[in-house]
Structure formats: structure tokens, C-alpha cells
Design a protein around this ligand. Sequence first.
Ligand code: G1P
Length: 270
Amino acid sequence: MKIRKIVFPVGGLGTRFFPITRAIPKEMLGIIDKPLIHYAFEEAVKAGIEEFIFVTRHGKDSIEDYFDYMFSHTDYFNIKIGSICYVRQNKPKGLGHAVLCAKNLVNNEPFAVMSADDFIFSSKSCLKEMIEHYNGSNMVATMQVEPQEVSKYGILDIEKEEGKLVYAKSVDEKPDLSEAKSNYAVIGRYILSSEIFEILENLEPGVGNEIQLTDALLKMIPKCGLVGFKFDGHRFDCGSKEGLLSAILYIASHDKSLNHVVENFFKGKY
Ligand code: G1P
């Protein structure tokens, strides 16, 4: 099934990167010479997305400036004029609320959501593969995480696994390890039915007093199911300092013009 639209929720505060994110959106933090949002956008372009919706807020203008530059000065992203738009999330009320802000721009068709700080380095576009496997059930990217990490994620309760797909019978936002039903974590790639907007509109705040996307996914399971997609490649949590640094080192060590810098560092040359 063709997926034409994507929502990038970029309204988060980036508290784990204070003070730099007091003035720079976390999505604009760099992996060498490109910001995180560039990689996310590139993955979406490779997946055949045609309309790009950013849910933004005060202080995030440099994201718009970046894409203005990329479109007017380069042909790096060869997409149609007018296919990118911005809508504001004026209160930080969570990922579910951010997605809801895009309701009138998505309208009535299945759509993708991508978190730029979940950086996935792969020879394929993770989102492209997800779209190829999408069959109408809500879909999330998933990977197994260490036990001590489960309380940072939405965690799937697995009914069965078939190849790259895991079928979930429930999902729980940031459970304690003692209550986690598996270690399959939700990673920031989603393909969603537009029916989710009605659910989000009527959802009570959940964990952290925020409108949680996972709570809406849970409510929709009886009607449309929930499938996890086990993606290829390396994923870095670039919402954390450790993850961003790992991603920078990984990219540099895979870049012919930079890998000597990483090697020299580990040889103790600096
Ligand atoms: C969000 C989602 C969570 C998901 C995670 C992936 O959490 O609420 O379900 O597992 O992204 O990165 P956040 O990291 O924004 O707290």
C-alpha cells in the first residue's frame, strides 16, 4: 500500500541536551555535517513519501531554515515544491498530542510518523521496508533492548512472530522491568491508520501526564491489530548523549575520509 504522508514530531524540548537545546533544536544536532533531521528526512524520501509534515514549536525555526536552504540551494532532496509544511504544537503534551496536531494535514489516509532522534543506519530505508510490509494494521518499528532499558520505551506484549513481523496483543508505555511483557521496544517509526486521530482526541493523559501514542495504539488493537517490524541496521538513541556520540563515531568510522581520525583516537594519538 502506498503511504504518501509523514509526520515528524519535532516539538520536544530536548532536556537531556540542555544547555545546547536551549537555543538549538535537538533535531538540528549534527552527525558530522548533517543534522539528525536530515537523516530522518532522507529515509522518508527513500521510502517514497510525498508530503512532509513537521509538528514544530517556538524555538525550532532553524529546522524550517534548514529545509528552505536545502530546497532552494541544492537538489539534494528532489521533491515537489509545496510538499513540506509546518504545524505548531503549542504545548508540550506528548507524542500522541504532537501527532494529533497534524490531523487536518493528514486527513483520511494511512500515514507515517518518524522520530528524528531514533537514528537508524542501514543500507535500506527502515521506513521503506515497513511500508512494503504494511497491511492495514498499525505498525511500529521494534527491536529487543536490554532489561534495564525497558522502562524507557513502549513495550510490546507479543502474541506471535513471523519472520520480520511480531504481532502484539498489547503495548505498555514505559513499564517497570518487573511488569514488562517482553523486551521488544517500540522505536520511532510508525505507520498508522487515520482513525487514530479520533482516539487521540478522546484520550486521557498517561505516563508523565502526557497524551501517549502507545495508549492510542493499545485502544485500536481489537479493531486493527498492532504489528512490530524488526528492522535491519544499527539504531542509535540520539535523544541521549551516549547515543549521539555513538552515532557520530559509527558514521565517522564508516567514512573513508574520516575513519583515520577515529583510529588515531583509539591509538591514543590525541
Ligand atoms: C517515545 C514513545 C515510546 C517509544 C520511544 C522510542 O518515548 O512514547 O513508546 O518507545 O519514543 O524512542 P520518548 O522517548 O519520547 O519518551
